[in-house]
Design a protein around this ligand. Structure first.
Ligand code: SF4
Length: 265
């Protein structure tokens, strides 16, 4: 087990604590860690759980999560408890107007909603073939499943779901994994923690992150949530685009490559 890897995570935890960020409560609020524990205990996720997981992952597309997190109750009402039968019959204009009214949209919201019925039908086809979405997911690794759901050439393609969002969907139904988004790629990149080599693509980033978590014997979903909180604007906002290194313990321990415009850490 690499000592530095353990130290990196411990120092992120300490930095967050020192800056009064209650990361454990935030992670509990995300629900992904809890879902991963439930999956580990054999809990079966319903089709409705999978539809919810899909929609929440799509809503997170290229926007901050804070506004969505505040509106989870409203979204549950708008999406009619994520009931697949009701959603297939829903009026797309009604859904779009209500989502926009609570400012939970994103650049792709129109297409995500227009394709919702078709995506639910795609889930149902998978259920018919494999018995359940959980059975389908359990057949392959998270990365392979994400590829099957996001590759345009795949017979299981879900519309408006790229690889990164597919990883988010899988975490929402308790698969231990990482969503290799902007925050994770930036923080773990060569300019900062140097866990990912230059030009790492999302699939490679996922594999390296998984190995890192295996090495330190921590739940990948937990480590992903922790690192993400460390950088995200609506949360700690420390290792952000313009990082606040003066608040960070990784700097003093020499575990980060970041240099500001003056070449100083
Ligand atoms: S860039 Fe700054 S805030 Fe981010 S890990 Fe490095 S020292 Fe910490």
């Amino acid at each position: 087990m690499a000592t530095n890897n353990i130290k990196i995570i411990e120092l992120i935890e300490k930095t967050l604590t020192q800056n009064n960020i209650d990361y454990n409560s935030i992670i509990d609020g995300f629900g992904q860690l809890d879902a991963s524990k439930k999956r580990g205990e054999g809990h079966e996720f319903t089709l409705s759980d999978h539809v919810k997981a899909l929609l929440l992952s799509q809503l997170s597309n290229q926007r901050s999560w804070g506004g969505i997190a505040k509106n989870l109750k409203n979204l549950k009402i708008i999406f009619q408890d994520y009931n697949p039968e009701k959603l297939k019959e829903s009026d797309t204009n009604y859904l779009l107007e209500n989502i926009r009214e609570i400012k939970c949209g994103n650049r792709k919201i129109k297409y995500q909603i227009l394709n919702l019925r078709e995506n639910i039908k795609q889930f149902e086809k998978i259920v018919t073939k494999y018995g359940s979405m959980d059975n389908f997911i359990n057949l392959n690794s998270a990365e392979q499943t994400a590829e099957l759901l996001s590759n345009p050439k795949s017979e299981y393609k879900i519309k408006e779901l790229g690889f990164t969002l597919a990883m988010e969907y899988l975490r929402n139904v308790g698969v231990r994994s990482v969503k290799p988004d902007l925050h994770i790629l930036r923080i773990c990149g060569t300019d900062r923690l140097d866990l990912f080599p230059l030009k790492t693509n999302p699939l490679q980033a996922t594999q390296i992150f998984n190995e890192f978590c295996k090495d330190i014997e921590r739940n990948t979903t937990y480590v992903d949530n922790l690192v993400w909180i460390f950088g995200a604007k609506d949360y700690a906002n420390i290792c952000s685009k313009v990082p606040k290194c003066e608040l960070c313990l990784l700097r003093t321990e020499g575990l980060c490559n970041f240099k500001n415009d003056n070449g100083l850490q």
